[in-house]
Design a protein around this ligand. Structure first.
Ligand SMILES: C[S@@+](CC[C@H](N)C(=O)[O-])C[C@H]1O[C@@H](n2cnc3c(N)ncnc32)[C@H](O)[C@@H]1O
Length: 197
């Protein structure tokens, strides 16, 4: 088998880690943490006993963190990767489902919140529509959804995506995503992953 550098097309990181380490102060860390699982718990007013689904959960890191942030929360995940699910966080055993976001194997209105981070864009445009519609179908309150997708605001950022992304099939400008959300009937929260050099 020849040597093959699968990641050779990826741009090298330009993050200045030394600057961040030297300037790291507690208030900055506190702000950063607000946007993690605690932020999700307060944003969606999650309480023990409520059911949350993480679509594209990979190894269940967020599922585990949500259960720590809100003890008693019933958090679940779904992913298409058997590898991820069989190497999942031990705390999530029995909570992660194998499947595709285009056909969520759950009844209508069976979750109190649904999240999908950096996953929807792995489908083509029709697939993205179906995945968003499925999120809306399985959540009780359509406002309690969050999706984060790949996006670009300039030709330079688009070119970065084209050289970086191995699996994304749909990456759009923010306004184009918003139009697609509306077309799918998705009215939840959203945010972008935007690559910058
Ligand atoms: C970039 S990872 C993001 C993982 C996690 N949400 C995070 O933010 O760290 C994308 C995940 O989506 C999963 N995925 C890709 N296509 C999928 C599909 N059609 N249905 C469900 N999961 C899918 C992949 O297996 C992978 O675990």
């Amino acid at each position: 088998m020849p040597e093959f550098d699968l990641l050779r097309a990826l741009p090298k990181t330009k993050r200045n880690i030394a600057t961040r380490r030297d300037g790291k102060d507690p208030s900055v860390v506190a702000t950063a943490k607000q946007f993690g699982e605690m932020y999700i718990v307060s944003r969606f007013d999650l309480k023990p006993g409520m059911r949350v689904l993480d679509v594209g959960c990979a190894k269940g890191f967020l599922v585990k963190d949500l259960m720590i942030a809100c003890p008693g929360l019933e958090a679940f995940g779904l992913d298409i990767s058997p590898y991820a699910l069989t190497h999942c966080e031990p705390a999530t055993v029995g909570r992660l489902h194998l499947g595709t976001m285009e056909h969520l194997p759950f009844p209508d209105a069976s979750f109190d919140a649904v999240l999908c981070i950096n996953t929807v864009h792995n489908l083509d445009r029709q697939g993205c529509m179906r995945a968003l519609q499925e999120m809306v179908r399985v959540v009780r309150d359509p406002a309690k959804c969050f999706v984060q997708v790949d996006a670009y605001r300039s030709e330079e950022e688009k070119a970065l995506f084209e050289s970086w992304c191995l699996t994304a099939e749909t990456y759009l400008q923010p306004a184009e995503w918003v139009a697609l959300f509306q077309q799918a009937g998705y009215s939840g929260d959203y945010y972008w992953t935007i690559l910058q050099s």
